[in-house]
Design a protein around this ligand. Sequence first.
Ligand code: CTP
Length: 435
Amino acid sequence: MTNQENLPGNGADGNGALDLSGKHIVLGLSGGIACYKAAELCRALIKAGATVQVVMTEAAEQFITPVTMQALSGRPVYTSQWDSRPSGGMSNNMAHINLSREADAILIAPMSADFMAKLLHGRADDLLSLMCLARPIDKVPLLVAPAMNREMYAHPATQRNFVQLDADGATVLGVGSGFQACGETGDGRMLEPDQLLEDVIAFFAPKVLVGQRVLVTAGPTYEAIDPVRGITNLSSGKMGFAIARAAREAGADVTLVAGPVGLPTPRGITRIDVKSAQNMLEAVTERAQAATVFIATAAVADWRPAAPSTQKIKKDGSGQTPQLVFTENKDILATVAQSAAAQSGQLFCVGFAAESHDLVANAEAKRLRKKVPLLVGNIGPDTFGQDHNALLLIDERGSTELPRASKLSLARRLMREVADRMASRAPAKLKAGAP
Ligand code: CTP
């Protein structure tokens, strides 16, 4: 295994394929201070398995040199439409044609307000704009990462241009908010390289869950004993977060209800942080009605102290220990699975089972007890806190093994398995291809 495959969050599958293996990206830089982030983005794309061809405008060269981008991409950088070097394996002096023909996508990062205006008017007086205009629009997608001052971003002309750019078929990757190089604070910063990478990876993912609203629970819960102490468990939340990311990549609208974990929120999802099992139940109950898929990966505490103290419990030196009395937490998954939506098949419920032994028997018993169509079994001590896992899918047809791989790779495979099962449960007239 290479170092790249070991990167946290990398979706390397069991065969070592990386997230962008086989993808060729033309990375276009227009003029803006965010060009400094494009260097890191180039590295990130390459680390994720892509090959990258950099094209820069004259303005971009004011901010970062082609030397840097050549060193990072491992390929000569193109800056001029009059560049006569061979490009795309051709010697016809037509870099604006050849470079896009071999691309799986063109990514403009940063895209300045001026460059966007140029794209919208179909202007083509430099290599990058010329190449965008000359690209086969149905075959080579155009992704853009705007970067500009907050006033430029908010200007009606810019906002109008975003709408038109979208209508012209480009994918606008959004902007960040915060401190800007000009000293002002607001919207318009270019997204960070890791965020752009996540969006590019999501862009290429098969959209098997488009139109679905996926609700996911993740992480442990924390049950208070007193204001400073509590009971929790070793769940890291990584599997649930990977599932939320994979569901969004697959085109779903995703809400993640997370117990106390320090993980970054995957791009493009709604995250609700909760602490206790009761908080989690409330958050889930509120949102389950709007969901079409519920995936319970959280390691919910089975019990909570029946009467948590409102004040810190003090030791009085007598050697006496507090006598904790527990009460059982309501089973969130079983509660949702009993709802009318789940029973009628409108809401597809997926449970997880963290077992220490007899995985198949225990998981199947849990599936029947919780009345869910799909239960995903794993060996708890082998997975808690790890970046890798192995899963066993159990449904009415039997079991399917998903061999050890990164949690993200397993999550993606699981999304395909869920989509397949939902399609086969759908009434015949709703199935793809049915008249
Ligand atoms: N679960 C839940 N609410 C609970 C307990 C569990 O939603 N109060 C869900 C988990 O998110 C998981 C599934 O139920 O999807 C199974 O969790 P697990 O802890 O393995 O099973 P338990 O039902 O707690 O059974 P046991 O601990 O006895 O194995």
